[in-house]
Ligand binder design. Structure first.
Ligand code: AP5
Length: 225
């Protein structure tokens, strides 16, 4: 099983390609944003703490995220691999993930950075619709659902996310540049980073990711053969 991280600014397509990869390969797609939105919806203590940060486009504090992700990554389905979407997002989070993997003598196979120009990001986010029940992602122009406003997978009514107001999108992009972009250097220094064009269509992006992972794993498979 593979362990990969998808990195990229808001709207670069992390959730969409992770979900497509999950469907193709059966690897769990673990999205910190989806987990947080569920806690907000369920009005849990974590949700009440996280909501103000999310609503204004800031990152939720590392202490909350690290406990939440430690819990998620220790669930049985994550034992053999995962696609991480939205985590890690700060250097402290990346260091914590690295330590966790070292403790179980595992490492990441690859970190994929989805490169998408800002104009395309704004177009994508303004037309995105999501399913609050199963987290499926659509776009009103380029990936519309079959029935207007309804999720193809579960039939729930699609919504626009709370953090899709123009000023909050701007803030999220700033926060990405300040706090998440440094991870490109962090993973480049560890020879894990692969930068790919995130504008080439979902199937092509997923093919490229699979190709990268296969190449990264080839030496390991040769050694164990
Ligand atoms: P999160 O939910 O992680 O949001 P994000 O990183 O800002 O990313 P998005 O979900 O907005 O975009 P995406 O890259 O997944 O793109 P998508 O696939 O939807 O985080 C939300 C908030 O939670 C944060 O602001 C923060 O407060 C908090 N949070 C979460 N994780 C945290 C952490 N680790 N630490 C601290 N705080 C945290 O695609 C976008 C659109 O583009 C869709 O309409 C889609 O149809 C379209 N599209 C996608 N791919 C393609 C393609 N290849 N071609 C054409 N269109 C495409």
């Amino acid at each position: 099983m593979i362990r990969i991280v998808l990195l990229g600014p808001p709207g670069s397509g992390k959730g969409t390609q992770a979900s497509a990869l999950q469907k193709r390969r059966g690897i769990p797609h673990i999205a910190s944003g989806d987990i947080l939105r569920a806690t907000v919806r369920d009005d849990t203590q974590l949700g009440r703490q996280a909501r103000p940060y999310m609503d204004r486009g800031d990152l939720v504090p590392d202490t909350l995220i690290l406990d939440m992700m430690a819990d998620r990554l220790s669930q049985p389905d994550a034992g053999d691999g995962y696609i991480l979407d939205g985590f890690p997002r700060t250097v402290a989070q990346a260091e914590a993930l690295e330590q966790r993997l070292a403790q179980i003598d595992r490492e990441l196979d690859a970190v994929i950075y989805l490169r998408v120009p800002e104009a395309e990001i704004l177009r994508r986010l303004s037309g995105r619709r999501t399913c609050p029940a199963c987290n499926a992602i659509y776009h009103v122009d380029t990936m519309p659902p079959q029935r207007h406003g309804l999720c193809d997978s579960c039939g729930a009514e699609l919504v626009q996310r709370q953090d899709e107001k123009p000023d909050v999108i701007r803030k999220r992009l700033e926060v990405y540049t300040e706090q998440t972009q440094p991870l490109l250097l962090f993973y480049r220094e560890r020879s894990l980073l692969h930068e790919i064009d995130g504008t080439i269509g979902v199937d092509n992006v997923v093919d490229t990711i699979e190709h990268i992972v296969a190449k990264e794993r080839a030496p390991v498979q040769e050694q164990t053969a």
